[in-house]
Write a protein that binds this ligand. Sequence first.
Ligand SMILES: [Zn+2]
Length: 78
Amino acid sequence: MDYRYRNNYNMSMKDNLAYIKKMGVGKFIEEQFKKYRCSKCGSLISIHNRKCFNCDAITKLIDKTNRRRNLIKRKTAK
Ligand SMILES: [Zn+2]
């Protein structure tokens, strides 16, 4: 974890706490839930990489096919 990231994280934690104090925990959770929902399918997304659990499976699959295609390309080029 680099310093800048840690600093930003602490900053947002402070902001969150301030928000909870101001608006109440219920409102905060509601807002977080809205924030961490996929705009495409409405599923919950990962807090860590902001990727949708639902859509990311498709993303991964596309990634895998692309990588395989690149491997084939490399093989035929040689
Ligand atoms: Zn999604």
